[in-house]
Design a protein around this ligand. Sequence first.
Ligand code: C5P
Length: 236
Amino acid sequence: MGKDVIVACDFSSAEATFAFLDKFTGRKPFVKIGMELYYAEGPSIVREIKARGHKIFLDLKLHDIPNTVKKAMAVLSNLDVDICNLHASGTTAMMKAALEGLTRPDGTRPLLIAVTQLTSTDQEAMEKDLMIHAPIDQVVMHYAETAKNAGLDGVVCSPLEAGKVHGLCGENFLTVTPGVRFADGDIGDQKRVMTPAAAKEIGSDYIVVGRPITAAADPVAAYARCVSEFCDEVAL
Ligand code: C5P
């Protein structure tokens, strides 16, 4: 898979999701399904979106004992998603078990990426709540390296970290980056943002874009703008 724009379908029902996806009559966006939509609608939402021809990043961020994660990943692999994820803090043993669970009998599997330190966690929370005292950027890079060594395909990170992750883990290690905004758009609750063009420049492999597309007056045009800035492609 090459560079692509992943649209975060942060909706609470299948109805709202399909009303949104029905607008896209040309290029089919790569879709991110998160906890809200998955827990509201269950695995059928994955099957239905897949059947419409979309690639899917299932963003469920698994974190449990290795055996449980392995079995859960086998179920997600059967759903035929393209990317799924977990927390790197679940340890190397959990990440390796996840890869085993994801791998189908024919050797194929979805891509597996790791969340490093959530962007909602800051240095103070890390120290106070988690008793992790290293600087947060070192912690993020350490988790990225651990994920790479466990055999994972990449990490979710800020576009601002994508270059550093590639420097440490190699150009083929995927960086999937939320926090993308148009130069002339609202940043909302995202604090550290980058435009699609800048994310491309810095080496992000996939950008995850939610509200700049889902809340746009013309979502198809906003998606096309992301695709032209990030993928150098005409999307309509
Ligand atoms: O609407 P917006 O473009 O901010 O959506 C970004 C998406 O990426 C949301 O689904 C959000 O949960 C997700 N995300 C994020 N920051 C992270 C990890 C995931 O914004 N560190």
